[in-house]
Every structure is written in C-alpha cells, then in structure tokens.
Design a protein around this ligand. Structure first.
Ligand code: TNX
Length: 642
C-alpha cells in the first residue's frame, strides 16, 4: 500500500490523552492537496490540533493541512487530544482510513496498530476445572441422572400429542439434522414424545429419559422448546455409528425470570437476514425468550416504512458519496442495508417457532440522525440554532418536539411498526438525548411556555408521552431506556430498561416502573473480555470477563424478599455493534459470555456456581465447535489476538 497512518499516544493527560498522527507517503508521487479520512470513536478536541483542519461527524474524521504537501517518500505529522478516558485497548485506535487527493479518491491507507503508552496485559486467571460429565447450560432447577443411556438413530421417531407441540418437534428434528446429521422422522413411534401437561406453568417443562425413551412434558410451545434445547445438549454423538446417546435422567425445570433477552444493534453494523436467523436460533438453545432488535440509530435506519421510503432509500446507507457519512468500518464504500417488511415477518415467525418474541426498537428522540437526514423537510428545523454534541459526537441527531413533522413521522412509523410486530411491546429508546438540545428553538421555547415546562427533560417527556399514548391506541405497551422517565411525563405502564447502573434500576422500580435489567457494567457484550490491550471491544462501562458476566447477581444489594424485586421482569444482554462489523466478531463477543448471562437469567441463584459452570462450559465447547462458532475460548489464549 502506498500510504500508512501511525497513531501513538504521546501523553496521558489528567483527563484524556494526546496523540501524534503520522501519515506516510510511501510512493514516488507527491500530492500538493490531500485529505485523510479516518474512523475514530472519540471526540477530538478541535482546539488541540497542532496544525491543519479537522472535521468530525460521529466517528468520521477528515484531516487536511493546507500548508503541508504530502511529498513522495515523506510524511506529515500532526498532534491532537481527546478529553475522555485514556486508551487501554488497541481497538480504540483508528479503525480505517483512506486518502483523497486532487486527482484520486478513496486511496487505501494501511492503519498500523495504535502505540499505547502502557500495554496492559493482565489476563484474569481461569480456575482449574475438570470437564463436566454433561454440558447443560443453563443449569436446570432439578436434575437426577440414573444408570443407562438411550440410543437415538436415523430410525428413531418423534411423536406429538397435540398439534400445538409440532413446532417444537420440528425444531428438534431440524437441529438434530443440522448439528449431528441425524435425520429423524417427525411422526410415529415414541422415541421422543412431546406430551401435553396442563398442570405445568407456561415456561415449565419436564424431561425424562429412560429405557422407554424420551418424554418432554409442557403446556406451552416455549416449554417444549426448552425441553428440546435441554435434550440436544444432553446428546453425545457417535459419528461412526450415526447414533446419539442420551443418559437416563429426570429433569424438572423452569426459569427464574420471565424476561430473558438479547438486544442486537443492527443499526451501527448491518447483519444479513441469515445472520439474524442464525443468532436467534442459537439464542433458543440457551432459553432466551426475547430478541430486542435495535433497528434505528444515528448511523442507519434498518426497517422498511412503506409510507416513508426515504428512511431506507437514504437512511439505510452510509458512504463517501451518501447523505450519511461513513462511520466505524467499510468507510471507503457504500455500506448498509435494511430489512423489508416481509423479511421482518419471516424473522418474527422464525423466532416464534423457537419460543422467542421479537421486540423492535425505534430510538427517539436522540439517536435519530439517519431519520432526520432522510426526511429533512419533515424533521429538521432550520430555525433551531441550539448547539449540542451527542455522546457519539453528532450535533444534528435529535427530533424536535416543536415540529409538527415530528408527530407526523411518529404516527406513521409507530403505526407501521405496531402492525408489523405482533409483540405487545415497542421500545422507543429515549437514551442519551444531548444536553443543549432545543434551547435555541423558538418553536420549542413556545411549546415549553404553553405547557409551563421548566426544562428540556420535560419537553422530552412531552414527546415520549405522545409516543406512549399513540402506542396505547395501537394496543402496545411502551418500553424505553432508563431516560424514558425523565421529565416525569410517561405513565407507570412504561417498562424501563436500566443500562447505566443497578442503582437506576432500583430507583425506577421504587418509582413504580417495571424494569428490565441491562446494566452496562456486566451485560454489555461490546465490552472487552479481559484486561489485555489486544482484546477487541470497548471499556467505557467496564472490562467484562467471563467470570464477571457469570457472577452478576441482579439487585444483589437488596434482600431476597424485598418487594421491589417483584418489579424486575428480567434481564438482558446487549450487543452494540460500533466495532462489531462481521459475524466472526459477533461470535467472539457473544460466546461464551452470553451463556454465563443466560444461566443467571434462567437458573435460581442457589443453582449457580462459577467453577461448575466452567466445568460444563469446557464440555460444551464441543457443541460450539460443531457449529463453527468463533467463540472466545477461555482455555486457548491465542484466540485473543484475533
Ligand atoms: C450506550 S446503552 C448506548 C449505545 C452505544 C453503547 C456502546 C444505550 C442505551 N446507549 O448507543 O452503542 O453505549 O457501548
């Protein structure tokens, strides 16, 4: 490559750090005019630049130095600073870069790994464990093994007592074929029998394996899926004989929490439909029952809205020639995509067949840059002169409660989304509304005066209350991040997803809200997995080791019988995807930490034990390997270099 960019931390400041950036021209050609475009996640302080000009929109930076030509076999050097926490991870550096010159654009630039001041390499020791006899995750409520094994072959058959059990039986047959290449007939004799048992709770199931075969008892589709998931994990495969062995066992199991979710951000990085289905299918194996789909954000609008095609014609794409600037990765190309409504229906059906409900998130009023840039006539107010900067460095990403267009937009979007997703919930985001929004908007000021509001938070509450009422009229309950209750306008019917801290969850529960726990410090799968600079990820909330993910005990500071706990619907793991650009990285960030979190969501605390979990995980790896999952193997450190 003709160009290379080096970035080095040259000084650690009391808050932040200072960098030296060197752009090398390794070619024999000189360039009088040039600009370097690169992706960098932190806000560069404009006044800290030692020379040249720098613009930054989100993570997309453009640097030019009028007075410095880029001579052949020479370099230019510039310094700048950030004022957020210092860098510890290599993945914090420049992610990608390209060069534009007078004649040529998008010239590839090699990015060398960032040179950090101190290289952290303190891997968390892993307790020595012997592989467990079985590989069940999450741990069932009660399980008694007895002597003997039942053999399942290509000639084995599944029988169902009730047509309602058929989807779970089909899923089991499909998974046995996919995982072990053992094709099993879905009807016939009772090798595996799905038995309807109305005395069980909706998510409860029983599984028994004996010389008479396998019986899965439940009363609901999800209970049968959980029984099937458990059965799959109990199977040992003999490839030569094309046989599966299942130990004799009696299991009686039910979940600790009714809500066990995974949130996936499809806005910052776009995943194909097949990838979404692959993930949902894997989640079903760990008895996850909710897929929270983050479909809109500053960097992309991913859900087709038939009445507003601009949202996806424009807002689903970013790139050097697009309305939305490139961000994070693939920066020299057009990047993006969206899900057509019929594709979303397919995903919903696919998930439902695996006991998983799909909850969409339309993030408002912050995180709306893709929508605003797609529909400027409707959503942007030229007379709003407010100055703000969002956490992700945008100054134009927030819907205005003072514009009629905002309400028209909400009506159309919420109507179509409510129609599309059968779940009785819709998540409306409400996180990270930047400080300073709406302050210099005549329309917003007038609205505040009309209603006697004293703060921007009340105005935010006003807009969210509108969304809540609209959703109620459409038969849906509103869900929102913890900021949704700011301004005290939404009703207590809103469910709060706490992400900043456990304390916030307790406060919201005390205020009377139902809460889903998703604390960044223990459930964010985009956080790095160990105290090593080479670990991919971010660390603003924490470094989350497997042990920390496992040891998370929801609301541990409250006593077991504190009535506040009744307000906790459950918990959720989240994968934000700013730096998670491809399926291998998704696997690496999700597995095995999701398994640890899934066990906390499903199993009662007295059934949990980290060493015992590790022992099961050690055995469980064979199942992950069988599927080619690119997980972070805690017993094989070299993978961390990936
Ligand atoms: C915070 S959690 C966010 C996301 C980012 C994430 C990165 C929340 C409601 N907002 O917008 O992607 O941090 O870790």
């Amino acid at each position: 490559m003709d160009f290379r960019v080096d970035l080095a931390v040259i000084e650690i400041l009391p808050k932040g750090c200072r960098f030296g950036l060197t752009l090398h021209n390794l070619s024999d050609k000189s360039y009088a005019a040039w600009r370097l475009c690169f992706a960098f996640d932190r806000h560069i302080e404009p006044q800290s630049l030692s020379c040249g000009n720098l613009t930054q929109v989100g993570s997309f930076c453009t640097l030019s130095i009028d007075e410095a030509a880029l001579y052949a076999n020479n370099h230019v050097y510039v310094e700048f600073a950030i004022s957020t926490s210092p860098f510890r991870l290599l993945s914090d550096g420049i992610k990608e870069a390209y060069l534009d010159t007078e004649q040529l654009t998008h010239l590839p630039v090699h990015v060398s790994p960032i040179v950090l001041k101190d290289i952290e390499d303190h891997p968390t020791p892993l307790p020595e464990v012997v592989s467990a006899r079985h590989k069940l995750i999450p741990q069932p409520a009660s399980m008694i093994f007895s002597h003997g094994i039942y053999e399942l072959t290509r000639y084995s058959q599944i029988s169902v007592e009730h047509t309602q059990n058929q989807p779970a039986a089909n899923w089991l047959a499909d998974e046995m074929q996919r995982l072990f290449d053992v094709e099993i007939k879905a009807i016939g004799q009772r090798d595996i029998h799905f038995k309807h048992s109305p005395i069980l709770d909706p998510e409860e199931y029983k599984l028994s394996v004996s010389e008479d075969g396998v019986v899965i008892e439940s009363t609901s589709q999800s209970g049968f899926i959980y029984g099937a998931a458990t059965l799959i994990q109990l199977m040992d495969h003999d490839a030569d004989r094309q046989t599966l062995y299942v130990p004799y066992v009696r299991i009686h199991d039910k979940p600790r929490f009714g809500y066990r979710g995974v949130m996936l951000d499809s806005a910052r990085s776009f995943q194909s439909l097949d990838e979404i289905k692959r993930l949902i299918n894997l989640f079903a194996h760990y008895k996850i029952n909710t897929f929270h789909w983050h479909l809109t954000d500053d960097e992309g609008w991913r859900v087709e809205i038939k009445k507003l095609p601009e949202l996806t014609d424009i807002g689903a794409w970013r790139g050097p020639e697009e309305v939305l600037e490139p961000q994070f990765h693939h920066i020299s190309q057009r990047y993006g995509g969206y899900y057509r409504q019929e594709e979303i229906r397919e995903v919903i059906q696919f998930a439902a067949a695996r006991g998983i409900q799909v909850i969409p998130e339309i993030d408002i009023p912050g995180h709306c840059r893709a929508a605003i840039k797609s529909l400027p006539e409707l959503l942007s107010d030229p007379e709003d002169h407010s100055k703000y900067r969002s956490v992700q460095h945008y100054n134009d990403n927030t819907l205005s409660p003072g514009l009629d267009g905002t309400y028209q937009f909400l009506d159309i979007v919420l109507e179509e989304v409510a129609e599309l997703f059968p779940a009785p919930f819709i998540h409306i985001g409400a996180d990270e509304v930047p400080v300073g929004v709406w302050q210099k908007s005549a329309r917003c000021i007038a609205l505040m005066e009309k209603h006697g509001y004293g703060s921007a938070k009340e105005l935010q509450g006003h807009l969210l209350r509108y969304a809540e009422d609209k959703l109620k009229s459409l038969g849906k309950r509103m869900l929102g991040w913890e900021e949704a209750h700011f301004g005290h306008k939404v009703s207590k019917d809103t469910v709060i997803y706490s992400w900043l801290s456990e304390e916030a969850a307790i406060n919201c529960a005390k205020l009377g809200y139902d809460v889903v726990l998703q604390p960044g410090q223990t459930t964010y799968l985009d956080m790095a997995q160990d105290h090593c600079a080479a670990e991919p990820g971010v660390d603003w909330a924490n470094v989350i080791t497997l042990e920390q993910a496992y040891q998370y005990e929801p609301l541990s500071e409250l006593s077991a019988d504190d009535p506040i706990k009744k307000r906790i619907l459950g918990m959720q793991a989240a994968l934000w995807t700013e730096i998670v650009s491809h399926p291998e990285r998704i696997d690496y960030m999700i597995f095995p930490r999701l398994l640890a979190l899934a066990e906390t969501a499903w199993s009662e605390p007295n059934r949990k034990d980290y060493r015992a979990f590790l022992a099961r995980l050690k055995t469980h790896r064979s199942l992950l390997d069988r599927q080619g999952i690119q997980y972070r193997n805690p017993w094989c450190r070299t993978r961390e270099q990936q």
